[in-house]
Structure formats: C-alpha cells, structure tokens
Design a protein around this ligand. Structure first.
Ligand code: TK8
Length: 337
C-alpha cells in the first residue's frame, strides 16, 4: 500500500545516483534493478543478510545489477511480496516457509512442530538434496528459491500469564502466521489462534486484539515486543526457515553469468545471515529479561507433552502432503544426526 511513499532504503547502493551527469545516466540504462524486501526491520540479521547480498551482487556484476533493500514490510508482507515476485513487480523477498505453504503446500513439512532438533541439522537437511527438491517446486509458481536462510526456533510471548505447561496456553489469543498447520497446532494446544500478517502484529498486541505471538528471540527483542508483552517461554515449538527467493521471470531475464552471481550471493549472504542470527538468538533472551519480561522455562517433561498433543495434527498434514515426501525429510533429519 505505502510502497511508493516509503520507498527509499538507507542501504540502497550508489549505482543509481545520476549526480555525474549524462555519461553515467547512459550507462545506467543497461543496469538491472533488484528490489529486495523483507518484513523484519533493519536491525535484524535478516536485513544484514540482505545488505550482504546487495554488496556481493553489486561488486561482482560491476554494478550491472543494482540492489535496493527494503525492510519492515515497506514493500508488503510475506504473502503480498511473493505475489509481487510472481507478477514481476518485485524481484526478491525472503519469507518464512509457513506463508510459502499457501503457494506450495508441501512446504508445511518444515513447519511441523518439534521437527528439527537443532539449527545444524536443519542446515544439513535444507542445504542438501531434500531442501533443493522443495526449492524446485517453487518454479511452477514463477518463483526461484535460491537459498535457505534462518528465521529460527519460535518462542511464545504473551501479556497475560507465565506459560510453563500446556495448560497455560488455555484461553490465550495467539497470533499465528498465515498457515493452517500453525493454526491447528495452536488450537490443539488449547490456545485461541488467529492468523495475521506480520506487519499487523505489533499494533494487534498493543491494542490487545491478541494476547500473544510466537517468534524467535531476535525478532521479539529487535521488534520491541517487550513493550507490549510481559511473559516469554522457551517453547522452541517450531523451527522457521527463511527462503531467499527471486521472481522467476526476472531470474530468466538475467545472463547466465548474472544468474550464477545472484545464486552464489544468496548462498553466501545466507551463511553470513545464519551466523549473525544464531548469535542474536543466544544473546537476546537476556536483553528481554533486562527489559522487564518474565522468563519461564519449559521443562523437558512439559515439552514432551506438547509433542504428543500436536502429533495428530502432524499426522494429518503428513498424509495431506504425501507420506513419501515426508519420509524423505525424516530420513534426512536422521542421517544428519
Ligand atoms: C517477517 C516474517 C516473520 C515471521 C512471522 O516477514 O510472520 O511471524 O516469523 O518474521 O517472516
């Protein structure tokens, strides 16, 4: 909606500047522009990753590709940005896998609660053959999945009560991502889930439309949720991968060399982003407590009860997705351990 108004990003690199007069302007007609947008703000490791991508691409293409970076949903939310990529009105976005499942339903498997035991296993599965086979499915949707980045393990916050057990979910109105599996898992746990775009979340918490939400510690801290949320628990209930994706029509319009450069840069920037993200998620729980949030640890016993509670939901989705595909993911996880 406010795409045009909010446009300029502080990290737009200099190739677009026409201050040197006509000569530069003539050169520019040949340069291609990537508008890359994300939902999180410019403090988040996701944005640092995007800046790294911009830097690598501009350096390696000698400015024949210019990357403009946009954060905080300036270009829209995850779903609308993916639609813009399909239409060719935006070139890059980095959504969580949950909203991607609305385009390619199989992606829900990565959002199975308690699927990945840790980030390293997730890396191996996502960066391997199985992960690639999912990225390939995006092409039919006019989307090119170039790399997996990391959002991370999701943790519950709310404004009402400490959550230590499954019973404590009872009655809490929780914003979830726009994904049916997330919705059903939270319903199974006893919460009252309500799906909403990320860009509307802060206001919803501020106005009390929802009691809580779930996101990795980095997001909770860097988006300032401690201002509107009192309690945080390490539920670690779902690992959210990000997918770095490009409009396929744009990708197809690039030269082979440019295609290699953007593909490689998406991976390299992703490695950098994951590293920063893990540091951030380790650090920021302490900051949340300093900001006055109460931290409640989920015991292994209680987490195990949650695992059992959501199992029927997982079974249902496994069947919908197809047992063969799901089994491949499970075996890759096993092999990575
Ligand atoms: C940012 C989203 C966000 C995700 C969510 O665009 O919606 O809660 O975790 O970080 O992808």
């Amino acid at each position: 909606l406010f795409l045009a108004a909010c446009g300029g990003s502080d990290s737009t690199q200099g190739n677009g500047s026409a201050s040197n007069g006509e000569e530069v302007a003539t050169e520019q007609t040949d340069s291609k522009t990537i508008r890359a947008g994300i939902g999180l703000n410019n403090e988040h490791p996701q944005y640092k990753g995007l800046e790294k991508f911009a830097e690598l691409v501009e350096e390696r293409t000698d400015g024949s590709i210019v990357v403009e970076t946009y954060h905080s949903g300036q270009l829209g939310d995850d779903r609308s940005m993916m639609e813009a990529l399909q239409l060719g009105t935006q070139e890059v976005t980095v959504p969580s896998t949950a909203p991607i499942a609305n385009f390619v339903s199989e992606f829900s498997v990565f959002d199975f609660p308690f699927l990945f035991p840790n980030s390293e296993v997730a890396d191996e599965v996502l960066d391997g053959e199985v992960g690639q086979s999912f990225l390939d499915k995006l092409e039919d949707q006019n989307l090119m999945g170039l790399a997996y980045w990391e959002n991370g393990f999701r943790n519950l916050t709310n404004s009402k009560q400490p959550v230590a057990t499954q019973e404590d979910f009872q009655g809490l109105t929780i914003r979830t991502m726009e994904n049916d599996l997330h919705l059903e898992a939270f319903r199974a746990l006893g919460a009252n889930p309500t799906p909403m775009a990320f860009t509307e979340l802060f206001t919803a918490m501020q106005q009390g439309t929802v009691d809580g939400q779930e996101n990795p510690f980095a997001t909770i801290y860097l988006e300032g949720y401690y201002e509107v949320q009192q309690h945080v628990s390490n539920t670690n209930h779902i690992y959210s991968p990000f997918v770095f994706m490009m409009s396929k029509s744009f990708f197809d319009s690039l030269t082979e060399e440019e295609q290699e450069i953007v593909s490689e840069a998406a991976l390299e920037a992703g490695a950098y982003q994951r590293e920063l993200n893990r540091e951030a998620n380790e650090t920021y729980l302490a900051n949340l407590q300093e900001e006055g949030m109460t931290y409640t640890e989920i015991s292994e016993d209680e987490r195990q009860k949650m695992v059992e509670t959501v199992q029927p939901v997982i079974d249902k989705y496994a069947e919908n997705i197809g047992t063969e595909v799901v089994e491949k993911v499970y075996s890759a996880i096993e092999a990575a351990q």
